[in-house]
Structure formats: structure tokens, C-alpha cells
Design a protein around this ligand. Sequence first.
Ligand code: HEC
Ligand SMILES: [Cu+2]
Length: 340
Amino acid sequence: MKYFWRLFPLSFILLMSGCGMQNLSALDPQGPVAESQFSLIMLSLYIMIFVIVVVFVIYVIVLLRFRERPGDTHIPKQVHGNRGLEFVWTIIPIFLLIILAVPNVMETFTLADVEVQEDEDAITVKVTGHQFWWEFEYLDYDVVAGQDLYIPTDTRVIFELESSDVIHAFWVPALAGKQDNVPGITNDLWFEAPNEGVYRGKCAELCGEGHAWMDFRVVAVDPDTFDTWIANMEEPPAQVNEPQSEVAVEGREVFEQNCISCHAVGEEGGNIGPNLTNFGERQNIAGFIEYGDENLEEWLRYPQELKPGNEMPGFNHDTINDEEMNALIEYLNDLKVLED
Ligand code: HEC
Ligand SMILES: [Cu+2]
């Protein structure tokens, strides 16, 4: 007990900071899907609070009124049962369950019916879960992106969820509930983001060693910016195709020798790892490491220590020396499609 009280403030703070974490909360719903799911959560919560209050009030009354008092030897009258009471405590829960079930079932069917959501402006994105990163293929365009999901605001985005290996789950708490990515099956989901901003997403199904770091970002931008983004991802601007500085040109060579079999930039490259066409605009490396030169070098040299079990090999000093590493990092930093 002593430890409980000592740990209490700590766990409380941890709990609260978890809730307040920017845009990673289902309790701060954005857009129609999250809002309707939130109202269902609140409906269930109110009903549960009502039940708890009623039960506790009756419990306390019974405790106080019917307890044994000193000197009182009276034995209450024995009864076999009470049909009226049993009727009441069967009917009330049935009634509460109906109040809970009707909107829940209706909303579940409405949200699951993705085809109804397909209007002219809707865009479709195929989301493939990989151990331990996310691939976003924009089916209306010729664009594949890794880790950062750019979407236009106030536009319906329909997702086709798939997996290349094990079961993952696509979850952006502020925008919608979670949905599984199952190998061999395509699951649907849709949502809409009313406001510009960054919404954090997570893999919500234990999928292996690196699962806890399988984070991604949803970047909601205004529709014009989105169009520019799409156009520039399809045909990257000069700085991506032809590195500007001498150092970056050297970096591009290092990239072509070591990385291009797994990573694409523009049209060229493999797809074992995330597409890096707009890597310079990430806020995180591999979904969870703060973006920066030192961290990037750390990732390129020791990816297995940072995210155990992921599919990227490390590059030691014999493979890529310090000078080549600096050039490579300069090249990667320049991979931007929205800003110069
Ligand atoms: C065998 C395939 C393979 C090779 C070769 C490879 N990578 Fe990777 N890389 C991956 C995979 C897979 C990931 C995703 C790791 C994860 O997050 O689980 C990744 C992730 C990354 C990331 C983080 C991407 C993001 O969106 O945040 C960067 C940056 C990166 N690699 C750069 C490089 C560079 C530079 C090279 C060459 C020096 C290289 N990689 C070579 C497979 C590879
Ligand atoms: Cu996963």
C-alpha cells in the first residue's frame, strides 16, 4: 500500500500526459468518423455512470438500513422471492442494452459502408503494413509514399488496408477507430480531416519486435497544397532528381551503390523499404526517431539497435566512410517536394 501511494502521483502524471499527447487521442475527435465514434463512447459512458450510481446508492442504503444493531435479535421475515422486483431488474438492463445497441449497430453499419462514401472528390489510398513501417499508395495517382500520409482537408479519404507480412492495424486515434491490415484480405476504412495539421498514427496490433515503434504521421494540408504535393511526388522537382551541390551529387552516388535496391527516390528504386522521395520533409526517422543529422547517421549505421527486428541492414565505416556518410546525409536532407 505504501508503494501504491508513492507511485500514485507518478502513474497519474504518466496517464495524463498520455492523454494530452498531441493528436494521439480518441478523446479529441476530429472529423465525422471520429466524432460519431466519440459520441458512442460518451453514450456508453453515461449509461455506465448511471448504472454505477444507482447500484451504489442502493448498496449504501441497504448497508445502513438493514445492518445488525446491538441488542436487536429480531430475524427478518423469510421470503421466497419477489416477482415484481425481479421483473424490474430484468427490464431496466434490457432497456439500457437497447439504448446502447441501436445507435452502435446503426453507426457500425453506416461507417462500414465505404461505397456510400465514394463521392467525386474522394481519394483512395492503399495502405500496406510492413514490419515495421507503412506504405501509402495513392490509387488515383501514380504516387507511393512511405511513413507520412498526406491528405487534403475536408475530403473523404478511403483506405484499402493490406499487409505484406503479418497482421498490423492502422490506427489514427483522432480521426477514426482502428482497422486490421490482414495478409490476403482487403479491409476498408474511411475518414475525413476537417483541420490542417499533423495527426499521429500507430500500429495497433502486436506484429513483432519493432511493433511499438511502428508509428506514422497523417499530414492534413489544404487541397491546393495537396495537389502540388501529388504533382511533385509524381514528377519530383529539380533538387530531388538532380542534386544541386557537389556534396549531394556524391551522396546520390553513395545512395545508388548501397540503398537504391530497397528505397525508391522518384521513379527509380526498390520497394523493400519506404519510398524516400520526400524524406527531407519527415519529422521522424523510421517513424519515431527525431529528425536530425546525428540521429540519421545513427539510424543508417545501427538500425537494428534502434528498432530491433526491422529489415534494414546497418552500414559500418568500412562500407560507408565518414565523408561518404556526410554526403549521403546531405543528399537525403535535400529530398523535398514542397519546400526548397
Ligand atoms: C535491404 C533493404 C534496405 C537497404 C539496402 C537499405 N534500406 Fe533503408 N530501410 C529499409 C527498410 C525495410 C526500412 C524500414 C525500417 C522500419 O522502419 O521498419 C528502411 C528505412 C530507412 C529509412 C527511414 C525511412 C523513413 O521513412 O523514415 C531511411 C532514411 C533509410 N532506410 C535510408 C537508407 C539508406 C540511406 C540506405 C543506404 C545506405 C538504406 N536505407 C539501405 C530497407 C533497406
Ligand atoms: Cu504492425
